[in-house]
Design a protein. Structure first.
Length: 160
Protein backbone atom coordinates (compact mmCIF):
# COMPACT_ATOMS: atom_id res chain seq x y z
CA UNK A 1 0.00 0.00 0.00
CA UNK A 2 1.08 3.57 -0.58
CA UNK A 3 0.62 6.41 1.87
CA UNK A 4 2.76 9.33 0.73
CA UNK A 5 2.03 13.04 0.91
CA UNK A 6 3.99 16.16 -0.04
CA UNK A 7 2.63 19.57 0.90
CA UNK A 8 4.01 23.09 0.70
CA UNK A 9 2.70 26.05 2.63
CA UNK A 10 3.41 28.63 5.29
CA UNK A 11 3.52 27.92 9.01
CA UNK A 12 0.37 29.26 10.64
CA UNK A 13 2.11 29.43 14.02
CA UNK A 14 5.49 28.70 15.56
CA UNK A 15 6.17 24.97 15.98
CA UNK A 16 5.45 23.64 19.45
CA UNK A 17 8.22 21.33 20.72
CA UNK A 18 7.34 18.85 23.45
CA UNK A 19 8.92 15.66 24.76
CA UNK A 20 7.29 12.33 25.48
CA UNK A 21 7.66 10.72 28.89
CA UNK A 22 10.67 8.84 27.55
CA UNK A 23 12.26 12.08 26.30
CA UNK A 24 11.52 11.70 22.57
CA UNK A 25 11.12 15.14 20.93
CA UNK A 26 7.87 15.80 19.04
CA UNK A 27 6.95 19.05 17.29
CA UNK A 28 3.53 20.02 16.02
CA UNK A 29 2.63 22.86 13.68
CA UNK A 30 0.02 23.84 11.12
CA UNK A 31 0.67 24.60 7.45
CA UNK A 32 -1.57 26.97 5.52
CA UNK A 33 -1.71 25.42 2.04
CA UNK A 34 -3.45 27.32 -0.77
CA UNK A 35 -5.52 25.40 -3.26
CA UNK A 36 -5.31 26.11 -6.98
CA UNK A 37 -8.99 27.09 -7.06
CA UNK A 38 -10.65 30.29 -5.93
CA UNK A 39 -13.82 30.73 -3.88
CA UNK A 40 -16.67 31.54 -6.30
CA UNK A 41 -18.26 34.17 -4.06
CA UNK A 42 -15.16 36.07 -2.89
CA UNK A 43 -12.62 35.30 -5.62
CA UNK A 44 -9.99 34.51 -2.97
CA UNK A 45 -7.89 31.36 -2.92
CA UNK A 46 -9.17 28.59 -0.68
CA UNK A 47 -6.71 27.66 2.07
CA UNK A 48 -6.41 24.30 3.82
CA UNK A 49 -5.02 24.30 7.37
CA UNK A 50 -3.10 21.04 7.69
CA UNK A 51 -1.80 19.74 11.02
CA UNK A 52 1.72 18.30 10.92
CA UNK A 53 3.63 16.26 13.51
CA UNK A 54 7.40 15.72 13.38
CA UNK A 55 9.39 13.37 15.61
CA UNK A 56 12.95 13.11 16.95
CA UNK A 57 15.63 14.94 14.92
CA UNK A 58 13.11 16.34 12.46
CA UNK A 59 11.13 17.80 15.38
CA UNK A 60 14.22 19.49 16.79
CA UNK A 61 15.19 20.81 13.34
CA UNK A 62 11.73 22.27 12.71
CA UNK A 63 11.46 23.89 16.13
CA UNK A 64 14.92 25.43 15.81
CA UNK A 65 14.77 26.83 12.26
CA UNK A 66 11.10 27.42 11.41
CA UNK A 67 8.79 30.17 12.64
CA UNK A 68 5.32 31.47 11.85
CA UNK A 69 5.06 32.62 8.23
CA UNK A 70 8.05 30.62 7.02
CA UNK A 71 7.43 28.52 3.93
CA UNK A 72 7.98 24.79 4.35
CA UNK A 73 7.82 21.66 2.22
CA UNK A 74 6.74 18.61 4.19
CA UNK A 75 7.10 15.04 2.96
CA UNK A 76 5.52 12.28 4.97
CA UNK A 77 2.43 10.17 5.41
CA UNK A 78 -1.20 10.84 6.28
CA UNK A 79 -2.35 9.53 9.65
CA UNK A 80 -5.91 9.36 10.98
CA UNK A 81 -6.28 9.38 14.76
CA UNK A 82 -9.39 8.49 16.75
CA UNK A 83 -9.75 10.21 20.13
CA UNK A 84 -12.34 11.17 22.74
CA UNK A 85 -13.00 14.82 23.61
CA UNK A 86 -13.72 16.23 27.10
CA UNK A 87 -17.43 15.59 26.71
CA UNK A 88 -16.88 11.92 25.86
CA UNK A 89 -17.62 12.31 22.16
CA UNK A 90 -15.59 10.18 19.77
CA UNK A 91 -13.61 12.35 17.35
CA UNK A 92 -11.34 11.75 14.37
CA UNK A 93 -8.40 13.89 13.21
CA UNK A 94 -6.18 13.78 10.16
CA UNK A 95 -2.56 14.90 10.35
CA UNK A 96 0.63 14.56 8.35
CA UNK A 97 3.47 12.72 10.05
CA UNK A 98 6.56 14.46 8.66
CA UNK A 99 9.49 12.35 7.56
CA UNK A 100 11.34 15.18 5.80
CA UNK A 101 10.94 18.94 6.15
CA UNK A 102 12.61 21.43 3.82
CA UNK A 103 12.74 25.19 3.55
CA UNK A 104 10.41 26.42 0.81
CA UNK A 105 12.03 29.85 0.83
CA UNK A 106 15.43 31.25 1.62
CA UNK A 107 16.32 32.99 4.86
CA UNK A 108 16.62 36.21 2.85
CA UNK A 109 13.05 35.78 1.55
CA UNK A 110 11.56 35.26 4.98
CA UNK A 111 13.55 37.98 6.77
CA UNK A 112 13.22 40.99 4.49
CA UNK A 113 10.93 40.11 1.63
CA UNK A 114 13.62 39.58 -1.01
CA UNK A 115 13.42 36.97 -3.72
CA UNK A 116 16.48 34.75 -3.83
CA UNK A 117 14.83 31.51 -4.91
CA UNK A 118 13.82 28.17 -3.49
CA UNK A 119 16.56 26.66 -1.37
CA UNK A 120 16.01 23.21 0.06
CA UNK A 121 17.81 22.50 3.26
CA UNK A 122 16.12 20.00 5.49
CA UNK A 123 16.18 17.29 8.06
CA UNK A 124 15.15 13.84 7.13
CA UNK A 125 13.88 10.55 8.40
CA UNK A 126 14.44 11.24 12.10
CA UNK A 127 18.14 10.52 12.03
CA UNK A 128 18.71 12.56 15.15
CA UNK A 129 21.68 14.25 13.53
CA UNK A 130 21.96 16.76 10.74
CA UNK A 131 24.93 15.28 8.91
CA UNK A 132 22.91 14.79 5.73
CA UNK A 133 21.17 18.17 5.98
CA UNK A 134 23.15 20.78 7.85
CA UNK A 135 21.60 23.93 9.20
CA UNK A 136 21.20 26.86 6.80
CA UNK A 137 24.01 28.78 8.49
CA UNK A 138 26.42 26.14 7.21
CA UNK A 139 25.68 27.05 3.60
CA UNK A 140 27.30 29.98 1.83
CA UNK A 141 24.72 31.83 -0.23
CA UNK A 142 26.30 33.76 -3.08
CA UNK A 143 25.64 37.47 -3.05
CA UNK A 144 25.42 39.97 -5.85
CA UNK A 145 26.27 39.04 -9.45
CA UNK A 146 29.09 36.61 -8.62
CA UNK A 147 26.77 33.60 -8.87
CA UNK A 148 27.70 32.92 -12.50
CA UNK A 149 30.82 33.58 -14.53
CA UNK A 150 31.72 33.23 -18.20
CA UNK A 151 33.74 30.22 -19.28
CA UNK A 152 37.09 31.38 -20.62
CA UNK A 153 37.60 28.50 -23.07
CA UNK A 154 33.99 28.09 -24.34
CA UNK A 155 34.10 27.30 -28.06
CA UNK A 156 30.30 27.29 -28.43
CA UNK A 157 30.15 23.56 -29.25
CA UNK A 158 27.81 21.41 -27.25
CA UNK A 159 29.40 18.28 -25.74
CA UNK A 160 26.74 15.90 -27.08
Amino acid sequence: MLNRIIIMGRLARDPELRHTQTGTPVASFTLAVDRDVRDKSTGERVTDWIDVVAWRGTAEFVSKYFTKGRQAVVEGRLQIRDWTDRDGNKRRSAEVVAENVYFGDSRRDSDNGGSYGNNSYGAGRDRGDFSRSPAPADYGIPSGDDQFSELADDDGELPF
